[in-house]
Design a protein around this ligand. Sequence first.
Ligand code: IMP
Ligand code: MG
Length: 175
Amino acid sequence: MAEKIKVLISEEEVDARIRELGEKISKEYEGKQIHLICVLKGGVFFMCELAKRITVPVSMDFMCVGSYGDGTKSSGVVRLAKDLDESIENKEVLIVEDIIDSGNTLYYLMDVLRQRKPASLRLCTLLDKPDRRVKDVHVDWTGFEIPDEFVVGYGLDYAQKYRNLPYIGVVEVAE
Ligand code: IMP
Ligand code: MG
């Protein structure tokens, strides 16, 4: 099976939007330090680019929560594969995620993190597929709302491939 990638959001559009988000977030947190939490592996490209556009002090930590196998459908089961290295107590925590689909992952993750008593807990996602939502998750900043299509690039994978594409694309599988 051959796969083709159709560009959905170009590199320029993604970069411009991340710049805007960085400005908005910097204003919102003026005078504070943001503790960015990257949801691995998908969130890593977005977090690095976003962090570069934030002008208030930033610290970072990483965690890995999985609900996906190698396919394009959610298993619905969320597991904590790698926990944070540092405590988030009294920190201004901003979760940085690649995409919110069913909402299962973030619903679980925000519940876990809320119990650790951060000063604040907010969420920034590069992409959102609102049509697919099963769990109600409050998103503070969204890069782009997209239709219900399986996308790759900018950290997002299809069977671990295409994370390194500098744009967001849709996988077209030709038999
Ligand atoms: P949720 O728990 O259903 O919201 O799924 C969230 C996770 O599923 C994301 O962090 C991604 O890793 C993965 N995912 C959801 N939709 C896509 C997609 O279109 N392409 C690649 N990964 C996706
Ligand atoms: Mg993810």
